[in-house]
Design a protein around this ligand. Structure first.
Ligand code: GLN
Length: 296
């Protein structure tokens, strides 16, 4: 069989399985199976495909036909320009979450500039960042890799942490990982300048309506935010002042319709300067707020 033939067959199979972007997925799976990038495949479309590549491609297509996410089939995805290993034990990093990471990176940069201008050189130290519900580690590893902050990350799932540790290792990022429920495993005296989290925030009743890739193949504990979707925001926000340095900041990813509710939680806990940042599609995506020293 020729490349164009197996590609077309793959596309048809995926389209028949109800996959929206069947063409793109088939192309990516062929790139992965052959180890040849698409620009080179385009000029080889009339060539015969080696047997082992046909088999690998067909195996990938059968997995994708079962609505297994593409990233889980190939075993990785890209986030913040870095490569992240993923499997069924972690939420696949979403592009929207890059907005959250970029805001935290900006904060770290501007804090550094402020510290550099401070009178006491002792103030000039690495910022401490805590990432709760780290999952694949996409947030913590990106921040550790792309800034000089000192990063700690927690997750309740040991299986997720295995993936996160692997991602830290592969990206040569230095992250301190703890397995535990939110703040549960942290040393009590730990204080951070920034707390960041993309916790599970989908309402339980919405989960059955999600795409099969998400509802059937991504870990439910990474998605489910309880009946009102807010369980983890409540817990994270409530305890956060105990773990923040004076004037510490919190950055939380939120669902497009959760801004008002999460702002209420943040406000009632004593945070100030809260604002909402939109994602690339124009939806509310991140809440940022500061806990001033006078509150502490
Ligand atoms: N923090 C990880 C991410 O942003 C995992 C989030 C989660 O499991 N809810 O992808």
């Amino acid at each position: 069989m020729k490349y164009n033939e197996i590609l077309r067959n793959g596309e048809h199979t995926l389209a028949a399985a109800g996959i929206d972007d069947a063409e793109n997925d088939a192309r990516l799976l062929l790139e992965e199976a052959s180890g040849i990038d698409y620009s080179h495949l385009m000029i080889s479309m009339q060539d015969e495909v080696p047997e082992d590549v046909v088999k690998k491609f067909n195996d990938y297509i059968s997995l994708r036909e079962k609505r297994i996410p593409l990233q889980q089939i190939v075993g990785y995805t890209e986030f913040m320009g870095l490569r992240f290993h993923v499997n069924e034990n972690v939420l696949c990093p979403r592009q929207d979450t890059e907005v959250l990471v970029e805001i935290v990176l900006k904060d770290i940069e501007s804090s550094k500039r402020k510290m550099a201008g401070a009178l006491e050189p002792a103030n000039n130290r690495a910022l401490k960042v805590l990432d709760l519900c780290t999952g694949s580690g996409c947030i913590s590893v990106s921040i550790a890799k792309l800034s000089d902050a000192s990063v700690t990350a927690c997750d309740i799932s040991e299986k997720a942490l295995e993936v996160a540790r692997q991602n830290a290792y592969d990206n040569q990022a230095n992250v301190r990982f703890f397995q535990g429920n939110l703040y549960g495993a942290l040393p009590q005296a730990d204080k951070y300048d920034i707390i960041v989290s993309n916790p599970p925030y989908i309402r339980s009743d919405v989960i059955p309506t999600l795409m099969p890739e998400v509802k059937d193949h991504e870990p439910r504990i990474a998605l489910d935010g309880s009946a009102d979707g807010l369980k983890f925001y409540r817990k994270i926000i409530e305890k956060s002042p105990d773990y923040l340095n004076p004037d510490g900041r919190i950055y939380l990813e939120i669902g497009y319709d959760q801004g008002a509710e999460v702002i209420n939680l943040i406000r009632s806990c004593g945070y100030e300067d809260f604002h909402i940042i939109k994602d690339y599609s124009g939806n509310d995506r991140v809440i940022a707020a500061t806990y001033y020293e006078t509150n502490a």
